[in-house]
Design a protein around this ligand. Structure first.
Ligand SMILES: C[S@@+](CC[C@H](N)C(=O)[O-])C[C@H]1O[C@@H](n2cnc3c(N)ncnc32)[C@H](O)[C@@H]1O
Length: 213
C-alpha cells in the first residue's frame, strides 16, 4: 500500500517511522511518501496560507497551493482516496480504518491554523476525517493516528493473529477486548483471576468471551 502525506512539517513523521509496526513494513508492504506544500507552492517566499475572506483571526491553507502540490506529485491524475484531516470530517472508526487498509493508495492532507480553504475539502479531497471531537493545532497528529491505525492492519505489520482479536474487531463483535494479566500472579494481594492460571483452555476461552465489553 502507498500512503502519501502532504504537510508543512514532513520531519514530524520521523518518530512514527522509527516505531513498530510502521518501521517493520516500510519499503515493503508500506510505501510512505511525505510531501511539503512549500516545495511546490506557486506563491513567493514559500507562502502557503492567507487571511480569511470576511475577516477574522488566523490563516487559511490556500486551495491553489494544495492543487499545485497534488499536481506536482500526480501530474493531473488524482488518487482514488484523498483524505483531508479535519475536525468537521467523519469520525474515524475501526471500520473506516479497515476500509482504508484495503486501498492500494491513500493520500492524506494536513492543515494548520484555521484549517483548509473549504474548496480543498469540496473539490480536491474525496473524504474528510476527524480523529475525535476536539481541536488539535494541526493535522499532523491526526494524519499519524490514521497512518498508524491503517499500517497495523497491513500484512506483516503484527505477529500472526494478534491484529484479528482486538477491540472493535469483527471477531469481538465490535466490542472492547477482555482484560489481560501477566506475572506476578499475586501483587500486593491483587490476584490474577484463577481461571487464567488453570491451563483449561475451554474455561479460559469462556471467561474471555464473558469479559468482552
Ligand atoms: C487548529 S485546527 C483548525 C480548527 C478549525 N478552525 C475549527 O474550528 O474546526 C488546524 C488543523 O488541524 C487539523 N485538526 C485539528 N483537529 C483535528 C481533528 N480532531 N481531527 C482531524 N484533524 C484535526 C485539521 O487539519 C485542521 O484544519
Amino acid at each position: 500500500m502507498r500512503i502519501d502525506v502532504f504537510t508543512l512539517v514532513p520531519h514530524a513523521f520521523a518518530w512514527l517511522t522509527e516505531q513498530r509496526p510502521i518501521a517493520g513494513i516500510l519499503g515493503g508492504e508500506l510505501d510512505l511518501r511525505l510531501f511539503n506544500y512549500r516545495d511546490s507552492t506557486p506563491l513567493r517566499a514559500g507562502q502557503v496560507d492567507d487571511e480569511p475572506y470576511g475577516g477574522g483571526a488566523g490563516m487559511v491553507l490556500r486551495v491553489d497551493v494544495v492543487a499545485a502540490a497534488l499536481d506536482a506529485v500526480y501530474a493531473g491524475s488524482r488518487p482514488r482516496r484523498v483524505i483531508a484531516l479535519s475536525p468537521q470530517g467523519t469520525p474515524l472508526t475501526q471500520p473506516i480504518v479497515e476500509e482504508l487498509a484495503a486501498e492500494e493508495h491513500v493520500t492524506l492532507l494536513s492543515a494548520r491554523f484555521e484549517g483548509f480553504d473549504e474548496r480543498i475539502v469540496e473539490h480536491l479531497a474525496t473524504d474528510a476525517v476527524s480523529i475525535g471531537p476536539y481541536v488539535l493545532s494541526n493535522g499532523d497528529l491526526p494524519a499519524m493516528v490514521l497512518l498508524d491505525a491503517v499500517a497495523r492492519r497491513l500484512p506483516g505489520a503484527l505477529a500472526e493473529g494478534s491484529g484479528e482479536l482486538e477491540s472493535f474487531s469483527e471477531q469481538l463483535g465490535g466490542g472492547l477486548e477482555y482484560p489481560h494479566y501477566t506475572r506476578p500472579a499475586d501483587f500486593q494481594g491483587w490476584q490474577v483471576p484463577e481461571v487464567l492460571l488453570s491451563g483449561d483452555h475451554g474455561r479460559i476461552e469462556a471467561w474471555r468471551r464473558e469479559h468482552v465489553r
